[in-house]
Write a protein of this length. Structure first.
Length: 321
């Protein structure tokens, strides 16, 4: 039976509704906080509830929290958020970020074999996410299971640490049928990620690359889409990268080229300064209240918007074996 795996249980893909495919509601600490400051710490359950409520009031139904292993993921708090919002479908990831947030000498990814790492990822999908976030020798499985796998790569390169991530994620994806939802650094190495996964035998419909809108070059995106992979286009109103018009033009160009079925949207509001509940930013609901109306105003069809918000995420997050 086809299913999507949320932390409260498996659901029919038709129940997903409007979906934000890459978000951050809770991050209690970790290297990103240590490296970049308190702006990255999102520890407050009530504020996460407020942000998710805004998304739901704007018509949203499903949020994918993309905080992976060992960087402040807290499944207990995410369950609290979901229990306060029973109408929300919350998908949580297992897997890893780019290597800059991990110690490249003593971390267990360095010490363990690819097969051992894959087994730990698979266990979070099939048995339950570790309440201790795989940060210590004691593992306590929660009732919540992971619904996707994350990997990350560095700016302009794939490090040896990240090669192990990719190989382990490929094993886990093939074993479980979960989608791989990736991090690229400023959009670089997206094509290489897809090529790696295809070489390792992952189905192209299980690959969704993130942040690639930071390279708003339609030629590059068409090369990736031609291999069968999909995109999570995020970063709305991040004018320090590109104004929103570049994301609009990219989406229109991809639709025109026949790749409407390869696009999803996400806000990736992983900082306090991006979230209204913390007193700043544009909020987790930005795409629904600002960007999607702009797509309509710019001539994007309702059929395309329905695919981008609903049909494409439902297909991608459905487990495939």
């Amino acid at each position: 039976m086809a299913f999507v795996r949320t932390i409260l249980g498996d659901i029919d893909p038709k129940e997903m509704g409007v979906t934000n495919t890459h978000e951050h509601l809770i991050r209690i600490g970790g290297a990103e906080v240590a490296l970049h400051g308190e702006d990255y710490r999102l520890p407050d359950v009530d504020k996460a509830v407020q942000e998710a409520e805004r998304f739901m009031k704007a018509g949203g139904k499903t949020i994918v929290d993309c905080n992976p292993i060992g960087v402040g993921r807290d499944i207990v708090k995410l369950l609290e958020v979901n229990e306060k919002l029973p109408g929300l479908h919350l998908i949580v990831t297992t897997g890893f970020h780019a290597s800059h947030v991990y110690d490249k000498v003593v971390h267990w990814v360095v010490r363990y074999s690819v097969e051992q790492i894959a087994d730990l990822i698979i266990a979070e999908i099939e048995e339950g996410i570790d309440e201790h976030d795989y940060m210590g020798p004691i593992v306590k499985r929660s009732k919540a299971k992971a619904g996707c796998i994350k990997i990350g790569t560095s700016y302009g390169m794939i490090t040896p640490f990240e090669e192990k991530e990719i190989k382990a994620a490929a094993i886990a994806a093939k074993e479980t049928g979960a989608v791989i939802n990736t991090h690229t650094s400023h959009g670089t190495m997206a094509l290489e990620q897809v090529q790696w996964f295809l070489k390792l035998g992952v189905k192209p419909e299980q690959i969704m690359v993130g942040h690639v809108q930071r390279i708003p070059d339609a030629w590059y995106h068409k090369r990736i889409a031609a291999l069968g992979a999909s995109f999570s286009y995020d970063g709305g109103y991040r004018v320090k990268y590109w104004p929103d018009r570049f994301r609009v033009e990219l989406i229109k160009e991809m639709i025109k080229a026949g790749y409407q079925k390869h696009i999803t949207l996400s806000t990736d509001s992983g900082k306090r300064s991006y979230q209204i509940a913390y007193g700043a930013g544009t909020g987790v609901d930005y795409d629904l209240v600002e960007f999607v109306p702009r797509l309509r105003e710019e001539g994007v069809s309702e059929d395309a918007i329905e695919d981008i918000l609903v049909n494409n995420p439902a297909r991608l997050f459905t487990f495939k074996k």
